[in-house]
Write a protein that binds this ligand. Structure first.
Ligand code: GLU
Length: 500
């Protein structure tokens, strides 16, 4: 079998849509699984939609995710306009395409009349039968022209898609679509087919919004006499209400997720499961594991719901693993083996400190690095994304105002709370700095509870509230360790004074 070659062919719009990341990923996976090549092509022939820096941005983000392409330089369509023109003219010479001089006003009117008559708008073939002399004369006179495909009459186009199966379309339902625009730039259809042919693409894997274009593409392959690649159209991505995933309902730009501290491993893992399933219970996959497990048969037809809750869940699982590993390795200098998440066999090797640095960036600058790292460690098991640190950890650097009633646990009372806090204050005051460690503090306070005939609610609850001003937080002893002795005692004293 000849080599498997796939391509990712984005139009540079300035950001990478989460659905495009999935397209890129599936193309990458299929190529790598088959020891083939994954190629990048920039489809930038729509001059009206060009965005400065979009191409560089795109390449950067693909590289960030490890989706490295095998062509050293991407193929860029805007540099190939001459090639497209020549191929379009070749089709004209073979009477498979023709020049059309219709003005946009005429086409607008046509569309309007057809819509009014409830017809599907379609070019009416006005220029289809111009004589060669007429065409030459018009071209010589400098009239603006496009080149249209001459749709064969009364034919059935038969297509096969790996996901959607066999599809048939009658040519009378198709239009004499434009191949070359009046600015001499190709349309998507023309450039796409020529490039896939020249790049020797074996599998076209793309979003199913392109499925309606498939008959045109098949006809173009036939017109050129070229072999067709295998087509794989990926199911639509949907909002939870089953509408098409769009910017309006929230983030869709991959860059925004990255900025918010979603880990690329988590994003990639989640995106892989949008429309593909491994046919077992496994949920966690590294990129390498995806390559090994990916298959086209397990791509679903039905739309895949992009569920931010599920992404949050994946991300929180990854953050947890990453920071339990990095905190031990980076902060405490322990050598650790790569961790394993259940179920599945996820191994995140954290040789790099990038994620730690990213997490640090969400904590105010005037906080010491040591304190930042301690904060990250105690919060890492409770974050949907790293950006949340700025909010959930803020009580560390600024104790919020709270109502004194909050200090009393619902199964406790004022007297017991006071007793608990006073005893705590006394005990912690006597605890040496050197013994100020989470495990040790937990033991001391548990003993205090037992020896004084109190409950955990009488002691741990008011400590939590006095240290954090919140009802939900990491464990009180974790906060004690992070805040340190001096600050902790200060805050507990404030609570004791409130209750006087
Ligand atoms: N440029 C198209 C896009 O932005 C590519 C479609 C295809 O892969 O054929 O999605």
């Amino acid at each position: 079998m000849s080599q498997i070659r796939t391509r990712f062919a984005p139009s540079p719009t300035g950001y990478l849509h989460i659905g495009s990341l999935r397209t890129a990923l599936f193309n990458y996976l299929w190529a790598k699984k088959n020891n083939g090549q994954f190629l990048l092509r920039i489809e930038d022939t729509d001059q009206a939609r060009l965005v400065e820096g979009a191409q560089e941005n795109l390449i950067k983000i693909l590289q960030l995710f490890g989706l490295n392409f095998d062509n050293h330089e991407p193929m860029v369509q805007s540099t190939r306009t001459k090639i497209y023109q020549e191929f379009a003219q070749k089709l004209v010479a073979e009477s498979k395409a023709y020049y059309c001089f219709c003005s946009s006003e005429r086409l607008d009117d046509l569309r309007k009349t057809q819509t009014e008559k409830k017809l599907v708008p379609k070019y009416d073939g006005h220029c289809r039968n111009l004589s060669q002399e007429e065409v030459s004369a018009k071209l010589q006179a400098g009239e603006k022209a496009v080149i249209r495909f001459k749709m064969p009459e009364n034919q059935t186009v038969e297509m096969h898609d790996e996901v959607y199966g066999d599809i048939k379309v009658k040519t009378e339902d198709l239009d004499d679509f434009v191949l070359l625009k009046s600015d001499n730039f190709p349309t998507y259809h023309l450039a796409n087919i020529i490039d896939d042919h020249e790049m020797e693409i074996s599998h076209v894997i793309r979003a199913d919004e392109w499925l309606p274009s498939l008959p045109k593409h098949i006809l173009l392959y036939e017109a050129f006499g070229w072999p067709q690649p295998t087509f794989v159209h990926l199911p639509l991505l949907l909002n939870p209400d089953r509408s098409k995933l769009s910017k309006r309902q929230g983030d869709v730009a991959v860059e925004d997720f990255v900025k918010k501290g979603y880990l690329k491993e988590a994003i990639l893992n989640y995106v892989a499961l949008l429309g593909w399933n491994p046919k077992d219970e496994r949920e966690f996959f590294t990129l390498e594991e995806l390559v090994a497990n990916f298959s086209l048969e397990h791509i679903n037809k039905t739309g895949a719901i992009f569920d931010i809750q599920k992404l949050n869940w994946f991300n929180s699982q990854y953050i947890r693993k990453v920071f339990y590993a990095t905190a031990d390795e980076v902060i405490y200098g322990k050598k650790i083996e790569p961790h394993t998440i259940e179920p599945g066999n996820l191994m995140i090797k954290l040789k790099n400190k990038n994620i730690l640095e990213l997490a640090q960036s969400f904590i105010p600058n005037d906080i010491s690095l040591d304190l930042k790292n301690k904060i990250i460690k105690i919060f890492s098991s409770r974050l949907n994304n790293l950006a949340e640190l700025a909010e959930v950890a803020s009580f560390v650097w600024e104790l919020p105002a709270y109502d004194k009633a909050m200090l009393i646990f619902k199964k406790s009372d004022l007297e017991k709370t006071k007793t608990g806090l006073n005893l705590t204050l006394e005990l912690l005051n006597q605890t040496e700095e050197i013994a100020w460690q989470e495990e040790n503090l937990k033991q001391l306070l548990s003993d205090l509870v037992a020896q004084n005939n109190l409950t955990a609610g009488d002691v741990f609850w008011p400590i939590r509230v006095s240290l954090s001003g919140r009802e939900q937080s990491p464990s009180p002893t974790e906060i004690l360790e992070v805040l340190g002795k001096e600050e902790s005692l200060k805050r507990i004293q404030v609570a004791v004074d409130k209750l006087k």
